[in-house]
Write a protein that binds this ligand. Structure first.
Ligand code: GLN
Length: 310
């Protein structure tokens, strides 16, 4: 199989390069609306230590909601299972920025991967510190996971979302009223918007996701999280990683994945591969159109789709 991986990745990248329908770039964050939709990148980090890439795999993009996976990992490290008193773990069936469930559910977001849930996770990660401390922590975590100290924040994207993030302000204020956001809302959102504005390439992101393929181990030695925690994060990515399209993603691709409105998707095949794909054009649910197609094709051709035996 690994002998064929180069050919499969090259083929998938070529297929996506030529695709006519590419979705449309996110426009509610003005800075993201400027990104060239013709780009496509793919990187696969394998359990045996190789990285296979295709297309624009070394071009940086805004990881946006993919950061929620790393933020959740850090928050679980701080407060453990107490986190689940403040955030649920059920698919929402609603859009990533929906406010509609929060009133019925008394300010407890459905899961940590919708915006409301991620804002609570950021509130936990702030832990009484200034946003720059929490932001520094998540950046250092990514440097350690990817083995790459060049990963940084795109300040223009952070500023753009700070100026236009009215829905997130509403979500944070609403949860503050239920005491499920405990710091000053501006501080929480400052940390959240900067975390979303981290820029990474497909290669860097595939490398950063390896601990989830390796049952919580760091490929360089040592442990990032316990096997149970790694498996639970993967379970959440499978059930909640694509908002109201999570079921469709699981059906089509069949592996845990987390998307972001920058057009990236990180996907994990336990024991086999950590994958990052990027194409800025989104489908109606706010997930990368070609990224999803590429993962579907990759999973089908590698045999990684859906609970396949080893
Ligand atoms: N920063 C974005 C937001 O809060 C993240 C959303 C996403 O990537 N789906 O709207």
């Amino acid at each position: 199989m690994t002998a064929d991986l180069e050919a499969i990745v090259t083929d998938v990248a070529a297929m996506m390069r030529g695709a006519q329908e590419r979705g449309s770039v996110a426009s509610y964050i003005p800075e993201l609306a400027k990104v060239d939709a013709s780009q496509f990148g793919l990187a696969v980090a394998t359990a045996d230590g190789r990285v296979v890439t295709g297309g624009d795999a070394d071009t940086g993009f805004s990881i946006q909601s993919i950061s929620k996976v790393f933020a959740l990992t850090l928050a679980l490290g701080k407060v453990g299972d107490q986190l689940w008193d403040r955030v649920g773990r059920e698919p929402s069936g609603t859009a990533f920025n929906s406010i509609v469930q929060l009133e019925h559910e008394h300010g407890i977001p459905r899961n940590p991967f919708i915006n409301a849930g991620a804002i609570v996770v950021t509130d936990i990660n702030l832990g009484g510190h200034q946003p720059r401390v929490a932001i520094g922590e998540i950046l250092r975590f990514l440097h350690y996971l990817a083995g790459d100290d060049d990963i940084a924040i795109n300040e223009a994207v952070a500023a753009s979302e700070t100026a236009s993030g009215f829905r997130n302000m509403a979500l944070a204020n609403y949860m503050r009223a239920f005491d499920n956001v405990r710091h000053d809302v501006d501080l929480v959102l400052g940390a959240y918007f900067h975390q979303c504005a981290i820029e990474m390439s497909c290669r860097q992101l595939a490398l950063a996701g390896r601990y989830l393929m390796l049952d919580g181990r760091h490929p360089g030695g040592g442990r990032v999280v316990s096997p149970r925690r790694a498996r639970r994060i993967n379970a959440l990515m499978l059930t909640c990683g694509h908002y109201d399209a999570s079921g469709d993603f699981a059906f089509r691709v069949g592996i845990p994945g987390k998307s972001g409105v920058g057009g990236g998707i990180m996907a994990v095949v336990p024991g086999r591969a950590s994958i990052a794909v990027w194409s800025p054009g989104l489908n109606a649910s706010g997930n990368s159109h070609l990224g999803t197609l590429a993962l579907e094709e990759l999973a089908r051709r590698t045999g990684w789709a859906g609970f396949s035996p080893p």
